[in-house]
Design a binder for this molecule. Structure first.
Ligand SMILES: [Zn+2]
Length: 312
């Protein structure tokens, strides 16, 4: 068996899927992590070296596709608003098609059985491009992972699903799911505590304007386009410790992106407790993966999801 994990940037898959990768490797599955937007300035040599160290710890193989990271690709991607909240630049329409072709080729060349792609929680433009390209490529047994650290924010996964017109099924296990538009205020409050928001959107008018945009995107009931099925994977102390070591390899991303790694570890535990609240026993370390299925087999919804993936 061979599994492919699609990482928009160096670190996304290791932050988001370390537990599942360990479990795959333990089961004798061959794991490849492909980083899509792996080119930028001189600092990317260090980021590649960090990625190699992290993947070595997890016993996974790394590949890079060499697309330019957003701020280096287009000057329009220059701040939080343009990277996270605005439509994908027209010039990037071609990226989705090119990336879809490359992903399809990779899956064929490597005889991949199963693919994991970003759900694009947090809606970073490069994550949305990977999400859209993965759908367009019609990859085999495609599941979506919850992008960390974005997904560690309470309400963020629900916000992404809501914007896509996807509803979780079952809404089960005594979960307290965020309900939009009712729960916008607590979500924005949680979002304002995230390290990457405090770093890149410290406050003032820019934050107010961005939060207004997020509210607007959640303020209307989106038509249901997809049934979203999830699966949890719970891991123990050994996996949690190894995951922390793998995260620690990305020293260059620490301060601005995730806060301290100790803080990130705390948030990871809180997240596991939150999403496993109704389960028997407590989990220290949990990852959740999604499958999006068409609602009522309605083919036209494909276009809707594509649009939402591009814009959200
Ligand atoms: Zn990323």
């Amino acid at each position: 068996m061979k599994h492919l994990y699609i990482s928009p940037h160096f670190d996304d898959v290791v932050f988001s899927c370390a537990g599942k990768i360990m479990q795959d490797v333990e089961a004798g599955i061959d794991v490849t992590v492909v980083t899509v937007f792996s080119k930028g300035d001189d600092s990317y040599a260090q980021r590649l070296a960090e990625n190699i160290r992290a993947l070595d710890l997890l016993q996974a193989r790394g590949l890079e596709l060499g697309f330019e990271d957003a701020p280096f690709r287009h000057s329009a991607y220059c701040d939080f608003r343009s990277l996270i909240l605005e439509d994908i630049a027209a010039a990037d329409a071609a990226v989705v098609a090119t990336l879809a072709t490359q992903l399809r080729g990779l899956v064929c060349d490597l005889s991949i059985d199963r693919v994991y792609a970003p759900l694009a929680v947090g809606t970073h433009v490069d994550h949305r491009l990977c999400f859209s390209a993965s759908l367009q490529a019609e990859l085999p047994k495609l599941s979506f992972y919850e992008d960390r650290p974005y997904a560690l924010c309470s309400g963020a996964v629900e916000a992404r699903l809501y914007q896509l017109g996807a509803r979780p099924d079952p809404v089960a296990e005594n979960h307290t799911w965020y309900r939009y538009p009712t729960d916008i205020a607590p979500y924005l409050q949680a979002l304002s505590q995230m390290s990457y928001v405090q770093q890149y959107l410290p406050g003032g008018e820019a934050r107010v304007a961005c939060f207004d945009l997020i509210s607007a995107s959640l303020d209307q009931a989106s038509e249901q386009g997809y049934q979203a099925h999830f699966q949890h994977y719970d891991f123990g102390q050994d996996e949690f410790s190894l995951a922390q070591r793998a995260y620690g390899a990305y020293a260059s991303q620490q301060r601005a992106f995730v806060g301290t790694f100790a803080h990130n570890a705390e948030m990871s535990v809180e997240y596991a407790q939150r999403i496993r609240a109704g389960a028997n026993g407590q989990s220290l370390f949990t990852e959740r993966y999604w499958q999006l299925n068409e609602w009522n087999g309605c083919a036209k919804e494909n276009n809707k999801l594509q649009r939402a993936g591009d814009r959200s």
